[in-house]
Each structure stands twice: as C-alpha cells, then as structure tokens.
Design a protein around this ligand. Structure first.
Ligand code: PLP
Length: 390
C-alpha cells in the first residue's frame, strides 16, 4: 500500500541474514555449531569501563539531553588519545565528531558528499556498509580489487584515469576486514598523493585499530603528512574495548568534513546517552592494559587456529591484524559452496567471501572469536571435512 522511497529500494540485501538463520536452525536441531561467521567480539567489556557507566548512570546530569554535538570531555579524551597513541594533534571542538558506532559515520559520509551519479571508490572485498550509504545516495561504486599478490592493498595504477576524475570519495580500511591485511606508511602516503591529485575525499575505516600482531601496531591514516587535508578516519570503541553493543565511535580529521557530519547528525540525533560518553572517555584515558591483553588473546587464537590448520596440511597465511582469517577455498568450490559444506557437514559457520564483494568469492572469512580450544576444534572439523590435497 505504501510506496517506499527509491533510496530505500536501492539498499542491498543483507547478505548475512541467511547465515544467521541457518546457524539458528542447526542449533535448534541440537547441533553444536562453532559460529565463526560473524564479527561480533565474544569477550565482555573490561569491568572498569562498565563501572564507569554504572557510576555515570546515577548522575542526573546525564538524564537530560546531552549537548547536541557530544560532551566536550569526551571529545577532549579522543584528542588526548590520538596524541598519545599516534602523535596526531586534533582540535577537540572542530576535528572530532561523536558517532553512533562507526557504522553510522560510514553511511552518513555518503549522505554528506555524494549526489546521484557520483562515484565512490570501494575496496572489493570490503565491509558491506560502505555500499549502503552509496546506494542510498544514488551514487555509483567503482570497485578496487584487493588481491593477495598486492598484499590486499588496492592497485591505484590499475584504476582508470576517468574513474579517478569522477571519484569523489574513497573508502579504505586497515587493518582490513575481511582480509586481515595491514597498511604501511608508504601506502598511506600514496593515498594522500592520489587524493590530492584527483580531489578525492578519503574515508579511512580504522575499526580494527588496536588489533595488530607480531609486535607491530597498526598506523592511523592521520599520521600521514597531509592526511587531514584530504580525509577523515572513523574510529570505534567496538573492537578495541569490546564495546560493540554500546554503539559509540568517532569521526576525526578534516574540519570541513567533520562539520558536515555534525550538521547531518544535528537533524537525526541529539547525541548518545551521556553515561556512555563518560564510560568511553574513561576507556580512552584510563589504563590500556585491557587492550594489550585483548591483542595477546587474539594473537594466541590466531596462532592456535592457523597452526592447527597447517598441521593438517592446509597452507594458510597468518593475518597481520584484525581477528579474521581470510581462508582461500579449496579448488572446485565457490565461497558459498564451501561455507555451506562447512556448516552442514562440520557444523562450523564461516562467512562466504562473496558477501564482501565479487573479488571475495575465492575465500571464506573465519572470525577467530571463540576460545583457543574451540578454534582448534574448528580447524580439526574443517580439515576432516575437507582434507588438504598435497
Ligand atoms: N568497519 C568495519 C570494517 C567493521 O568490521 C565494523 C564492524 O564489524 C564496523 C566498521 C562498524 O563498527 P561499529 O558500528 O560497531 O562501530
């Protein structure tokens, strides 16, 4: 009866809804499914952050509307955090916006900068929410394949000059979901260079900021000289502090772009519950031991899972960051057929690479988000179901 807006009809189908349904069905039948399909951190928020929320919830100041553009103490904490962690100076008033999770910012940016017919460069494979914002704006995507031979970095030289000229936005994400790749200073310098030359606004999604392995810490895009002139970074509390359920993140960087996001948000929201903002500030400025412990846990899990797969004869690269293993599917399989086989026969749920774009079809994404014991069990089930051919 009600005609939906065209913008809504352009939204891509939620690829992972089906996987969730399949897992639920098997579990309801009593099967012990090891669910490594979603990217939902399994560990709880560190207690000192939860305590900060509880205390702040008692403060009547937070029972009123929060300030429109977020509390000054939080934006100050974000600026302190960037300076301490990355040596990046941010003006808390003009270069920081508080977001309802990184996801909101990643969709909002397209609303702010894309008109119908405009072009946005997106990684393939990539996080599907980049597509949603672009689709709602009626803009087009130009895909940048992330290939193993390029260490899952886009090959800028392979992008047509005409595409560069039309492109208004470019999404990047390192440490990368789904490939687990990490970018270096040289790559980010090239990004700034291209962005300046072609007048492209760069949106660096830094969701897995803290999760770098083998002693190396992932770089913020804003550490790159000139980055603030060409772009922003989206930071989220979800992964660094196991706060995915709290829905809080930040956009930081170019002042003009931050102002656009703020303007849009002024009309959608007031801001987040002040107690959540207080707890986030505590997380950013308090002891970072919890983050170090988290990274150690993820590294142990990565090693447990992949070492076990290697013992079974599978040749698998260890990701340098994130909590994902980007596993090439065996010959004769597509990402969907292999993910289905694993789910139905081994009761191990993984995400088919096709859900992240065409270039992902040769892979499945394994979210290493269970105990080492369960991950080893998953590797055993996987190898039993599909023995390595060598
Ligand atoms: N970006 C990437 C690459 C992600 O994997 C996620 C979450 O899974 C997000 C952004 C969104 O994070 P949030 O909305 O929880 O801040």
């Amino acid at each position: 009866k009600f005609q939906r807006a065209e913008a809504l009809d352009r939204l891509p189908e939620q690829f992972f809804a089906r996987l969730v349904g399949q897992v639920g069905r098997l579990q309801a039948q009593g099967h012990d499914v090891i669910n490594l399909g979603q990217g939902n951190p399994d560990l709880p928020t560190p207690p000192h952050i939860v305590d900060a929320l509880k205390r702040a919830a008692d403060n009547p100041q937070h029972h009123k509307y929060p300030p429109f553009r977020g509390h000054a103490f939080l934006k100050e904490a974000v600026a302190q955090f960037y300076l301490r962690e990355y040596g990046v100076k941010l003006n808390p008033e003009t270069e920081v916006a508080v977001l309802f999770g990184g996801k909101a910012g990643l969709v909002e940016i397209s609303q702010c900068y894309l008109n119908p017919g405009d072009v946005a460069l997106v990684p393939d494979p990539g996080y599907p929410d980049y597509w949603s914002g672009i689709a709602m704006a009626g803009a087009e995507m130009a895909l940048m394949p992330l290939l193993a031979e390029n260490r899952f970095l886009p090959d800028f030289a392979a992008i047509d000059e005409q595409v560069w000229d039309k492109a208004k936005l470019m999404f990047l994400n390192y440490p990368n979901n789904p490939t687990g790749a990490v970018a270096n200073a040289e790559f980010f310098a090239e990004v700034v260079n291209r962005a300046e030359r072609h007048d492209v606004l760069v949106v660096h999604d830094f969701a897995y900021a803290a999760i770098g392995f083998d002693g190396s810490k992932p770089m913020s895009f804003l550490e790159t000289p000139g980055a603030k002139e060409v772009g922003i970074e989206i930071y989220t509390m979800s992964k660094t502090y196991n706060m995915a359920g709290w829905r809080i993140g930040f956009a930081v960087g170019n002042e003009q772009v931050i102002e656009s996001i703020q303007l849009l948000q002024d009309h959608f929201y007031v801001s987040l519950f002040g107690a959540i903002q207080q707890a986030a500030a505590t997380a950013l400025t308090g002891s970072q031991d919890c983050v170090r412990e988290l990274v150690t846990t993820y590294e142990r899990r990565r090693d447990a899972f992949i070492d076990r797969l290697r013992e079974h004869g599978w040749q698998v690269e260890k990701p340098a960051g994130s909590f994902f293993c980007w596993l090439p599917v065996p010959e004769g399989h597509t990402s969907l057929s292999f993910a289905n086989l694993l789910l139905e026969r081994a009761h191990v749920a993984v995400a088919p690479g096709l859900g992240f774009g065409q270039a992902g079809d040769g892979y499945v994404r394994v979210g290493m988000l269970d105990s080492e014991k369960r991950l080893i069990e998953a590797a055993d089930r996987l190898a039993l179901c599909c023995p390595a051919k060598n």
